[in-house]
Design a protein around this ligand. Sequence first.
Ligand SMILES: [Zn+2]
Length: 188
Amino acid sequence: MRFYESPRFKPPLSEQECTNELATILETSPKVARLLQGIFTLNPRALRRGITCRPCHGTEQASRMGYYDGRYQRIVLCCDNIRTKQQLEETLIHELVHAFDATRTGSFTSMCHLIACGEIRASTIGQCHDIKSESRKRTCIWDDAVRSTAVHCGGTDFAKIFVQQVFENCMKDTAPFIQPTAPSSNQQ
Ligand SMILES: [Zn+2]
């Protein structure tokens, strides 16, 4: 899930504006296309209920910009918490990473490590991706991962431990995008 950030001066998108922008993003964003391809390769039914824009005010998800609903296999984008096309695209990418991860099986010590890793990956590939400064980028990923993991894993103090334990490895795991290549050893 992605939490709502502090309000700016721009008004939120209407459901119709959100749906229109979403259609453009689905047609033009290479990152979104790659994630969808990865998801459909692993599990063609993972998003069978699709991706929809709708207001989340008054629901349990009121504080979120979007979420992946694994039970109903859909992504919901909370248009009333999204103000720009960029926020919409970043949120969609974040949630697509969750949908992608839901189709994979990993080996983790606990469910909370798995959740922490998913949040780290979603923020690394999603809304924190284009931050130039390495330290600000790490802070962006860290804060988001702790905040989202805390919801499911007993609060902030526990979340920090889980995030810490998987942080470096999960930041490097950029599937389905190409991994940064490790220096190859000379085999002759
Ligand atoms: Zn998330």
